[in-house]
Design a protein around this ligand. Structure first.
Ligand SMILES: C[S@@+](CC[C@H](N)C(=O)[O-])C[C@H]1O[C@@H](n2cnc3c(N)ncnc32)[C@H](O)[C@@H]1O
Length: 274
């Protein structure tokens, strides 16, 4: 890393300290290759706060509680899409048709595309917006949650959605909102958002939960953390509940916790006490 070319002094030790702090706060593990990413993500905070270098910024985060959330928000990766890994929504529709579902938890909901895809699937399968199914969406990133709650997206984000779904579930923006779409209020009302750090001891979620979507977040944690979170989630699930993981998250080694159903979908291995 050549700090001489950079606007702010940034050394290997700064990168290691950022990693350490992020791990303490979120258990997200950043690989060695993420040093440039860390610089580009945090540099905006340094500019906004008029802080001259990374070591001073780290000190600032550790002494100013209100900066901690900005630090986390800057370093999380929020990549997502409507109906990402579309087979999961077919599995959900089938599950809804055969079970009396009351509660669905989307545990790393990012900017909202995933929980709104769940809500669209529920609305279509149940034939109404108010089927009495609670959809709770959570994330550690307060900025992503704000975007999710607003429910406003660039039109490009819904290009791959079927025309009839675009018509039923989105409103076209006008005036200053031209080029944007907004989820219809009936869909927005189906989802409640809250901030939950999956690595914290307590989660603001009541059990039992019928379906948990926990996709593309475990990859950021080490194996012991993944298993700990999986175990706690399985305890929240109904005995025949559904756990849906991301495409690169595999729990074939955790047969004491989950039973493999199909492509990255699982049932609890056995009845777990809540
Ligand atoms: C790559 S996105 C995945 C979004 C969505 N689940 C999907 O598959 O499209 C990962 C999300 O996990 C969230 N995240 C990271 N660490 C977390 C933690 N400790 N607790 C809760 N959410 C976390 C990030 O803020 C980010 O929004």
């Amino acid at each position: 890393m050549n700090s001489g070319e950079k606007e702010f002094a940034y050394t290997r030790a700064d990168f290691d300290n950022v990693r350490k702090l992020l791990y303490q706060l979120t258990r997200i593990h950043l690989a060695d290759s993420k040093d440039s990413m860390v610089y580009s993500r945090l540099v905006r905070r340094l500019r906004a706060l008029k802080i001259p270098g990374f070591s001073q910024y780290l000190h600032f985060v550790q002494t100013h509680e209100e900066e901690v959330q900005h630090f986390i928000n800057a370093l999380t990766t929020n990549l997502t899409a409507f109906f990402r890994e579309s087979h999961h929504f077919e599995v959900l529709a089938d599950y809804l048709s055969h079970h009396s579902v009351k509660r669905i938890w989307c545990a790393a909901s990012s900017t909202g595309e995933e929980p709104y895809s769940i809500a669209m699937t529920v609305a279509e399968t149940m034939g109404c917006f108010d089927a009495g199914i609670e959809i709770i969406a959570s994330d550690i990133d307060s900025g992503a949650l704000q975007t999710a709650q607003a429910g406003i997206y660039n039109e490009d984000r819904i290009k791959s959605i079927a025309t009839h779904q675009r018509k039923q579930f989105f409103l076209k923006g006008k005036g200053s909102q031209t080029g944007n779409v907004k989820v219809v209020p009936e869909l927005a009302r189906m989802v409640t958002f809250r901030r939950i750090n999956l690595t914290e001891h307590k989660w603001d979620i009541d059990g039992p939960v019928d379906v948990i979507f926990c996709r593309n977040v475990m990859i950021y944690f080490d194996k012991p953390t993944q298993l700990e979170i999986l175990q706690r989630m399985v305890r929240l699930l109904k005995p025949d509940g559904l756990y849906i993981a991301g495409h690169s998250e595999n729990y074939s080694h955790a047969t004491h916790l989950v039973r493999h159903l199909g492509k990255t979908t699982y049932h609890p291995a056995r009845v777990q006490s809540a």
